[in-house]
Design a binder for this molecule. Sequence first.
Ligand SMILES: Cc1cc2nc3c(=O)[nH]c(=O)nc-3n(C[C@H](O)[C@H](O)[C@H](O)COP(=O)(O)OP(=O)(O)OC[C@H]3O[C@@H](n4cnc5c(N)ncnc54)[C@H](O)[C@@H]3O)c2cc1C
Length: 334
Amino acid sequence: MSVIEARNRFGGRILTAGNNGADCDLGPSWFWPGQPLVAGLLEHFRIPHYAQFADGDILLQRADGKIERSSSPSPMTGSRRIQGGINQLVDAIAAQIDNSHCFLDHMAIALSLDGDAIIVDANAPSGRTLMRAQHVALAIPPRLAAELQYTPELPLEVMRVLAETPTWMAGHAKFFAVYDQPFWRENGLCGTALSQAGPLAEIHDASPGAENSFSLFGFSGLDSQSRETMGQAEFIRHATMQLATLFGDQANSPQAVYFQDWSSERFTASVADRRPPTRHPQYGLDLRMDSGWDGKLSFISSETSFRNGGLIEGALESGLGFAGRMTGSGAGAH
Ligand SMILES: Cc1cc2nc3c(=O)[nH]c(=O)nc-3n(C[C@H](O)[C@H](O)[C@H](O)COP(=O)(O)OP(=O)(O)OC[C@H]3O[C@@H](n4cnc5c(N)ncnc54)[C@H](O)[C@@H]3O)c2cc1C
């Protein structure tokens, strides 16, 4: 088995940044009880996890800026975070793969059938590279899969479904501010704030469980176009001011800030993903491939999973389903 990856790192939408124990998950932050594959992998690799901090009141910021305090539970109560950041899981899995079979910085651009095999055409630092495979599992978002060239062409209906399947969270951006004190907790706040004023729409405590590092993070409430117009430096300035308005002056002096706009990541978001769906779509792809591709080409990104499509658990379900089909074990079929 070989892995072809367009970026110069593994993980895709999973990305942990920060130093001195800050561990800011710029992509996914959480998994939830009832997700046995994530839980099983963490147990297998002995990676500890902890409950999302949710003790204390939440804040509601109305469009006119007025702030209300509420004892309602944080919507993220019960979710879990991974000690050291979710990259721990990526690193543990990557360490299992023989380096000579990992091709980072290789962007697949075309697939063609050649008898019983598929030729994968990729752009690599050394130039164009052709690889031959008996099976190809495209673990890339369906909309990006629709942008590859296929010879012979895939059925029109397959291309339509791929192109119309939104990439979960691809239009979003996350902002982190790291502090040496959890001053919001000291004021009886859990760190959750829901805002109609912005620029952050949903804020949570993202402290990594270290003694000297605490953080707040927020999802942008501005759409991709508005973020682009505003520019990253201005966004960070406004987001920091918003945290100070909500949680007090101490929020004005973070030790570090991190910002990640997924809508401008070409190996995550297509142009259509810049307008994200307003709710979690009903995911799951059942593609009738017919022609010569049948059985040789699979689509296994998280969005193809019927149960937990869009989530890390869904990516594991789809990957395990593919592995089961290849080995004939039927394990984890989705
Ligand atoms: C901001 C944000 C918050 C999220 N929050 C959560 C959360 O809290 N919990 C949760 O469970 N999920 C969350 N998610 C979703 C979760 O990150 C995804 O479901 C999961 O990571 C998808 O994994 P995947 O392997 O299917 O796809 P990806 O992670 O997108 O991986 C696809 C890979 O394919 C590569 N690639 C793309 N094009 C090519 C090409 N042409 N050639 C070669 N390689 C290519 C990419 O570089 C990437 O590494 C969040 C996502 C984001 C962005």
